[in-house]
Ligand binder design. Structure first.
Ligand code: NVA
Length: 341
């Protein structure tokens, strides 16, 4: 079965939990042994980038290599997605050779179109609507530090109408978390995403809130999260955005309203002195570098998951888990730690 990962909700709740458990197992294995069984031996990941990248390229390329496969990088000037060649042709050609595609595009429609014509699974490496790979790493990070996910209060301050915000909101809904988006009125989350998240939240007991005042939003947060005020492709709006978002900087004063042991998170690149104060992002509560490293572990699990499913393996992820020599604690124990606060 071909499973694309264009939105975090392309995984069922159970699949999302499985990917996170596998990520944790793979991370432990790598730290203990320094290498993995070649779960994706000789497989090829084609990576299409319309925008710049540090973490996404680095983590995907290293992830597939550590699993026994390799990556092909196709940069912004190489393909001309939709200009030099129609997206459908790019998808058909690339997927006739590679085993998995990953794409970072300007518009979400481009990843949808790639997925429509690709024979192999397509992973969204960031579009204007979602950044689901980042969210996998974020969830893994929160779980590691807070020892659970269900019930965690995650407060996002800044640009609501933003890829990172949307994926975080949907994932929080899926995992029974309390998600608060604090943004200026003209930069609130996409309404359809909010509707979708609230619908999921009804079943999982999650809370999804939009609060304009950062001083109210931050209260009792377990995690404070922000992202750039000017995403890639919005450079022409920079001046206006810097003005509107000024009151939404994550400062020490705002951090003090959160729980004492609250984490500070940022997907990076980060702009010190704009969306976050230097003393916060470089302070003790900041976990940004562990968060960035977790892109590697989370995406490794994702690659194994989508490939195993595509390859018609029955026990998705648990096949991979079974092949890991040391899994201590067991996947079942890991699952109950995630979901039983
Ligand atoms: N919202 C940011 C995320 C960067 C990883 C952007 O789209 O530029």
């Amino acid at each position: 079965m071909k499973k694309d990962f264009l939105s975090i909700t392309d995984l069922t709740i159970q699949e999302l939990e499985r990917v996170l458990i596998l990520a944790k197992e793979l991370k432990t294995e790598l730290k203990q042994n320094g290498f993995h069984e070649p779960l994706l031996k000789n497989k090829t990941l084609a990576m299409i980038f319309e925008k710049p990248s540090l973490r996404t390229r680095l983590s995907f390329e290293i992830a597939i290599k550590q699993l026994g496969g390799h990556a092909v990088f196709l940069g912004p000037t190489e393909i001309g997605l939709g200009t030099r060649e129609p997206i459908s042709d790019v998808a058909k050609v690339t997927s006739s050779m590679a085993d998995i595609l990953m794409a970072r595009t300007f518009t979400h429609n481009s990843v949808l179109e790639l997925a429509k014509y690709s024979k192999v699974p397509v992973i969204n490496g960031l579009s204007d609507i979602e950044h689901p790979c980042q969210t996998l790493a974020d969830l893994l990070t929160i779980w590691e530090y807070k020892k659970k996910l269900k019930g965690i209060k995650l407060v996002f301050i800044g640009d609501g109408n933003n890829n990172v915000t949307h994926s975080l909101c949907l994932a929080s809904a899926m995992l029974g978390m309390h998600f608060v988006c604090c943004s200026p009125t003209e930069y609130k989350m996409n309404k359809l995403i909010v509707l979708k998240a609230k619908k999921i939240a009804k079943k999982t007991g999650a809370i999804i809130e939009e609060i304009k005042n950062p001083l109210i939003a931050a209260k009792n947060a377990d995690v404070m999260y922000t992202d750039t005020w000017v995403s890639m492709g919005q450079e022409q709006e920079k001046e206006k955005r810097l003005q509107v978002f000024k009151p939404f900087q994550v400062t020490l004063q705002i951090m003090k309203l959160a729980k004492k042991d609250a984490l500070f998170m940022h997907d990076m690149p980060a702009y010190r002195g704009l969306e976050v104060g230097k003393e916060v992002i470089d302070g003790e509560q900041s976990v940004i570098f562990n968060q960035a490293e977790n892109r590697l572990h989370a995406q490794k699990a994702l690659l194994v998951f989508v490939y195993e499913l595509f390859d018609n393996k029955k026990d998705i992820c648990y096949d991979a888990l079974a092949s890991l020599k040391k899994h201590n604690p067991s996947p079942q124990k890991l699952h109950s730690s995630m979901m039983n606060p």
